[in-house]
Design a protein around this ligand. Sequence first.
Ligand SMILES: Cc1cc2nc3c(=O)[nH]c(=O)nc-3n(C[C@H](O)[C@H](O)[C@H](O)COP(=O)(O)O)c2cc1C
Length: 228
Amino acid sequence: MHYETDKNNHGLPFNPFKSCVVPRPIAWISTLDRKGSANLAPFSQFNIVGWDPPYIMFAASAHPEGAERKHSVRNVQETGEFVFNMATFDLREAVNTTAMYVDSDVDEFELARLEKAPSLYVKPPRVAASPIHFECVHQSTLVLPGNTAETAFHVVIGKVIAVHIKDEFLTKDGKVDIARIRPLARLGYLDYTSVESVFTMPVEKYGLADAFKRGMGGESKGKVVAAG
Ligand SMILES: Cc1cc2nc3c(=O)[nH]c(=O)nc-3n(C[C@H](O)[C@H](O)[C@H](O)COP(=O)(O)O)c2cc1C
């Protein structure tokens, strides 16, 4: 089958679009509003967009209750700071709770009974129970026109200025233990998955050691060698 997106003539009971790009990692974004009230919300339209320096992006639709921007977008634009907290399978219920539309002065950390941990370089707090955090400063926001006001998208890009990884989630050989963290990810519909298995596959031409030297497996000794 195929369909045209401006007609949505797929004939299926639910729009399949979001099911075709999966799994999507979930950024659990913490911000502060101008008065200092904390905000926390999940965004699965999220990814890294560079690593030297590292940038991340999340994309938000318009606020469905009339306001132009979701609180997370407004707060980042007004204060210039946000924190990425990794969403995990163990934290899935709290992630879901923080997706509720609530007034700006409602603290979603309290709503989801989540403890805050102070950040080191930015003002928004971190989710203490989350295994990984990025402290970020606002780089730019791209506004993508929607077919309706509600479908206009704000793509928020932040520069990552500090990365926190809990020591208990580092393996003996110094890698992030993803299978133990079980990051939560979105599928289509109301479905989720979590990462539970990992396999290693270097580009055949280079082999494992050379692939690392070329930066394909990450930076070597703190220096980016090449794109990968
Ligand atoms: C797992 C999950 C992923 C979500 N991803 C997005 C997303 O990528 N973009 C978006 O606009 N809303 C997304 N939402 C909905 C927002 O989290 C929700 O609108 C939230 O209330 C926004 O909060 P804020 O107004 O405090 O920023 C997602 C919800 C869930 C549960």
